[in-house]
Design a protein around this ligand. Structure first.
Ligand SMILES: [Zn+2]
Length: 116
């Protein structure tokens, strides 16, 4: 035998439905459509948050003014001779690497540390 609930009665032109939120049984005439499309009982019905509908002015992404960065400054590392000062170039050399100011002969290098 099926157990009858408080909404299991005959009301002409009405029918039993379940609330989309709480899942309890109601008569169809007791449910209302909520802003998100759910059919729900009076306890679960709520108005849409008004701030969902706020229209803000479009935000401007670009800065109001700008200027280009200064050209980079490159300092050569080629001269090993302490008497030859490093050369500062700007803009960088055409080949994209550090400028070779003076070819270095390995025999001219000062003696490095010796290892056993
Ligand atoms: Zn409900």
């Amino acid at each position: 035998m099926e157990i009858k609930g408080p909404k299991d009665y005959l009301k002409l032109g009405d029918w039993n439905v379940l609330c989309d939120v709480c899942g309890f049984k109601f008569k169809a005439s007791e449910l209302r459509k909520r802003w998100d499309g759910y059919m729900c009982c009076s306890k679960d019905w709520e108005e849409r948050q008004p701030q969902d509908l706020i229209r803000l002015p479009r935000e401007r992404q670009a800065p109001s003014w700008a200027r280009p960065s200064p050209p980079p400054t490159y300092e050569t590392i080629a001269p090993v001779d302490p008497n030859v000062p490093p050369v500062t170039t700007t803009p960088p050399p055409i080949d994209g690497y550090f400028a070779v100011v003076k070819p270095v002969d390995p025999n001219d290098l000062p003696p490095g540390p010796s290892y056993p």
